[in-house]
Design a protein around this ligand. Structure first.
Ligand SMILES: [Zn+2]
Ligand SMILES: [Zn+2]
Length: 301
């Protein structure tokens, strides 16, 4: 699992900081999560091919999370995209985007498919043989979802050394990979477990964009490997955080601790603070494994 943070600062684009957008590479999928202004430029800077993105997940319709989307959709048309593009986001996103395309008489010549969300309960919104994506309802000033991305268990890996030891013909290798046992010429049955290695443990990533501190969130993301949780403010501004339905670094750490996640990634920083290290210091008081997102930073999990 590989994460590229394209932008992770609150509110407005600035000279050196971008609003929220990130690219998650998970089990051969390249997924765009939120699409603030500047997303296209950052994708180019990181040499991520636009054409490899087939799924975009938007948390909510505040500008710092989706004002880059019309531009991105429009550029895909100019680049001659033919493949489907799937956009997941709150109800209203289709109307917002299609109005712009209509006024500019610039309809896409590729299938643009919207999956509008309005449920306040967690729901499965995408699934194939490699991953699943479920929503994480959040409590913000407008309808907002985080997303939980989970890898599926891969196939067992062939243990060639073991197969050779039993003199098994290569023609059976595919059957072994598919989970079959092998019967040798002398009638002895070799169990599949002896001929294969366990597949790697599937990983999971929870993206929780703008939200007030919510104690009940931990239960929805229990034991995930990586939690990205907003931390717009520090505890010194906790009242402002509550008023604007945002969270502090300490509150993000509480969620991480209660959910028993392995790693917490902080982001969506207010630019009022001198250094983002302050967020790590605060969160680390109660949760040990804290990483700081920053624009252009990449993580391997
Ligand atoms: Zn925001
Ligand atoms: Zn917001």
């Amino acid at each position: 699992m590989h994460l590229t943070v394209l932008g992770c600062y609150a509110a407005t684009p600035r000279t050196l900081t971008n609003p929220t957008s990130q690219v998650l590479e998970i089990n051969n999928h390249i997924i765009l999560i939120d699409c603030g202004e500047g997303t296209q430029v950052e994708l180019r800077r990181h040499k991520i091919k636009f054409s490899r993105i087939n799924h975009i997940f938007i948390s909510h319709l505040h500008g710092d999370h989706f004002f880059g989307l019309p531009g991105f959709i429009s550029t895909m048309r100019l680049l001659g995209r033919e493949k489907e593009l799937h956009v997941y986001g709150p109800k209203g996103i289709k109307e917002a985007i299609t109005l712009l395309l209509k006024l500019g008489d610039s309809w896409t010549n590729y299938p643009l498919l919207f999956h509008e969300l309005s449920s306040k309960e967690s729901e499965l919104v995408f699934e194939d043989e490699k991953i699943s994506v479920t929503t994480i309802p959040l409590d913000h000033r407008i309808y907002t979802n985080g997303y939980l991305f989970r890898e599926k268990v891969g196939k067992r890996k062939l243990n060639i050394e073991a197969a050779e030891k039993y003199g098994i013909d290569k023609a059976y290798y595919q059957n072994i990979k598919n989970g079959k046992d092998v019967t040798l010429d002398n009638g002895e049955i070799i169990g599949n477990n002896e001929l294969t290695f366990d597949p790697p443990k599937p990983k999971s990533y929870a993206f929780c964009s703008d939200t007030i501190y919510d104690e009940s969130l931990a239960a929805k993301i229990k034991d995930v490997d990586v939690l990205y949780h907003e931390s717009t403010f520090l505890e010194s501004e906790v009242e402002l955080a509550t008023k604007t339905k945002h969270a502090t670094a300490l509150q993000a750490a509480k969620v991480a601790k209660d959910a028993n996640v392995k790693t917490l990634v902080l982001g969506h920083y207010s630019t009022r603070y001198k250094s983002i290290e302050l967020f790590k210091e605060e969160a680390s008081k109660i949760f040990p494994n804290v990483l700081l997102a920053n624009d252009g930073k990449t993580f391997d999990f």
